[in-house]
Design a protein around this ligand. Structure first.
Ligand code: GLA
Length: 413
């Protein structure tokens, strides 16, 4: 598969968007940012666990060129109704204000705000057109957009940030502080560092990032995003916020006695048993959250080893077990996501399946032998609309490959 294939139609579409909006990006730069699949530990980022994931080939393409107007002007093919977003750097609405709640413009506004607050003031006018095909919910559309905007606006201003983890911090701050979404750093790390055919391993204890090639002789597989067609309201309005609060609360409660600061610090069986013994009756929900994190961490090393040796069947098995934990212990899934999983589980050649990302709504995912992708698609197209007729016109199946996260295309408009 060549890189050009992934861009099929996207570049022409950017040209059409520029013409439609009157923005001038001719001869400018095109940066493509990917989506991501987390292979573990889902919901581990804000609990302090190791993380592992890959970039996937659903993207945002963004073309930009400096202009002489002093204004940043942007047009998105995904939100044409918002028209051209236009602002003078340094004059964006205040964080989390009502005027930004319903426009995608909150992302570029947030980038300007957070960079300036961090001592990196953007000053140049820039024309930007973009479009993407990442489904909303589960595959990190918002992190992909935020990273792409940060990197592209910095480049248009000829500013370099050497430390990629600083870019991760800034991207998270755009969502946490400006937009008000309580996301962690999983999405940004998995997209910014992603390399073709590699897994990215992040260890929060020393902030290290390493690459793990998929072992030789691995069975040919695909990662399939199963978009339920539901609209996810945003992490700030979902169960995600509640789970984060519960985990923080429990970690704080356990801290003094067990010497931990996050639930991911509970790594020994002895500690886990003692905690359950003490709190199972008084705090059953909190114990369930810990149970998921504890078991998912135990499975993490199995998964990593399996990836290294190319044993995708075991990777899939862990993915499946994580899904059951997310459903029954972490209780972060939703009915439509579980319908997708239940359908996927019936298909021979599906190695594992679970909800993806923030939870409640959005997309589920499956690890599937390439030969069985068609059978999965047929099963989903038959079963899902029967269970959820309200989403019969909106659900989608995305068959993905493992790709590089950020690419500046060798093309211009
Ligand atoms: C969302 C958040 C991430 C992470 C995942 C769950 O995608 O943005 O920070 O917590 O959910 O793993």
């Amino acid at each position: 598969m060549t890189h050009a294939h992934y861009n099929h139609g996207a570049i022409d579409e950017l040209g059409r968007l520029a013409a439609e909006s009157g923005l001038d990006v001719a001869g400018g730069t095109i940066r493509r940012s990917s989506s991501r699949f987390c292979l573990g530990v889902e919901h581990g980022d804000y609990n302090g666990t190791e993380l592992f994931g890959v970039g996937t080939d659903r993207f945002i393409w963004l073309a930009y060129k400096p202009n002489d107007t002093g204004l940043v002007r942007l047009f998105s093919g995904n939100f044409p109704g918002d028209g051209v977003i236009s602002f003078e750097p340094g004059t964006v609405p205040s964080p989390q204000s009502s005027e930004i709640a319903d426009t995608w413009g909150r992302f570029p506004y947030g980038v300007d705000h957070v960079l300036r607050r961090g001592g990196i003031a953007l000053s140049r006018g820039v024309d930007v057109v973009l479009r993407g095909n990442i489904p909303g919910g589960g595959m990190s559309r918002s992190a992909s957009l935020t990273l792409n905007l940060i990197l592209s606006l910095l480049d248009a201003n000829e500013i370099e940030i050497d430390d990629p983890l600083r870019v991760v911090d800034l991207a998270q701050a755009v969502e946490n502080d400006y937009i008000g979404s309580p996301c962690g750093q999983l999405d940004q790390i998995m997209i910014l560092f992603a390399k073709e055919d590699m897994g990215t391993h992040y260890d929060p204890r020393n902030h290290s990032v390493s690459y793990v090639p998929l072992g030789q002789d691995a069975l040919d597989f695909r990662l399939v995003g199963l978009d339920t067609g539901t609209v996810r309201p945003g992490l700030e309005k979902s169960t995600y916020r509640i789970r984060r609060a519960e985990c923080d609360e429990f970690a704080e409660m356990l801290g003094p006695e067990f010497g931990i600061s996050l639930l991911g610090d509970v790594r020994s069986q002895e500690f886990y048993d003692r905690i359950l013994e003490r709190y199972a009756e008084s705090h059953p929900g909190h114990c369930d959250r810990l149970t998921y994190i504890f078991n998912a961490q135990k499975r993490f090393s199995t998964m990593l080893e399996a990836w290294k040796t190319g044993d995708v069947e075991t990777v899939g098995q862990v993915f499946r077990e994580d899904g059951i934990g997310l459903r029954d212990d972490y209780k972060i899934s939703g009915p439509e996501l579980e319908t997708m999983c239940d359908i996927a589980r019936t298909v021979p050649g599906v190695l594992g399946e679970r909800m993806l990302g923030g939870g409640d709504k959005g997309a589920a995912g499956a690890l599937v032998l390439t030969d069985s992708v068609e059978a999965l698609e047929t099963a989903v197209r038959t079963g899902y609309p029967r269970s959820h007729p309200a989403y019969a016109d909106d659900f989608a199946v995305h068959v993905c490959r493992v790709v590089k996260g950020i690419t500046v295309l060798d093309r211009e408009l």
